[in-house]
Design a protein around this ligand. Structure first.
Ligand code: FES
Ligand code: FES
Length: 180
């Protein structure tokens, strides 16, 4: 699903009409990049349509479902309702910057091991929030995990498996500090 159409509409004609375009420099997954678009273009659109980072997903487009969760300067934030101008100079991390298939983040590894997803549409966002939680609180109890994931909707109803997976990830990280 395409995140949003607006940045695709950038054309020379539109540039010439001018006045509303901004050039924003940000760091995405460790790499500096400069993006020109409407100032109000959602970050999610830029990530998916301009930078080809398809991990963050478009769900509600209103900051209500968590499918588009990324980190801004290390803190989880929904990207669908965050305008491009607001991330000037910020460090943006998407799920692509967190782990790799060869070396998944402990949360990703635990989700895989726990078969904790069905369609997977919500997972990238959940991984970002869960990983941020473990950064702040390496040994969260179930209540803390539920609170951290409260913003995330999973239409497949995989919440309980996901919560168990985050608990397992915390345990794995505590017994193998190299895992983080
Ligand atoms: S798509 Fe961003 S919170 Fe739903
Ligand atoms: S696994 Fe399908 S939406 Fe969560």
């Amino acid at each position: 699903m395409s995140a949003h159409g607006r940045s695709k509409a950038l054309t020379p004609e539109r540039d010439q009409r001018g006045g509303c375009l901004v050039s924003v420099t940000l760091n995405v997954n460790g790499r500096a990049c400069t993006v020109s678009s409407d100032a109000g273009t959602p970050l999610l659109t830029v990530l998916r349509d301009e930078l080809q980072l398809a991990g963050p997903k478009y769900g509600c487009g209103q900051g209500e479902c968590g499918a588009c969760m990324v980190w801004i300067d290390g803190k989880p934030q929904t990207a669908c309702n965050l305008p491009l101008w607001a991330v000037q100079g910020k460090a943006v991390t998407t799920v692509e910057g967190l782990g790799t298939p060869e070396r998944p983040h402990p949360v990703q590894a635990a989700l895989i091991a726990g078969n904790a997803a069905q369609c997977g549409y919500c997972v990238a966002g959940i991984v970002m929030s869960a990983a941020a939680l473990l950064n702040d609180n390496p040994a969260p109890d179930r209540v803390a995990i539920v609170q951290a994931l409260d913003q995330h909707l999973c239409r497949c109803g995989a919440h309980n498996r996901m919560i168990r997976a985050v608990q397992n990830a915390a345990t794995a990280a505590s017994t193998d500090p190299k895992a983080t």
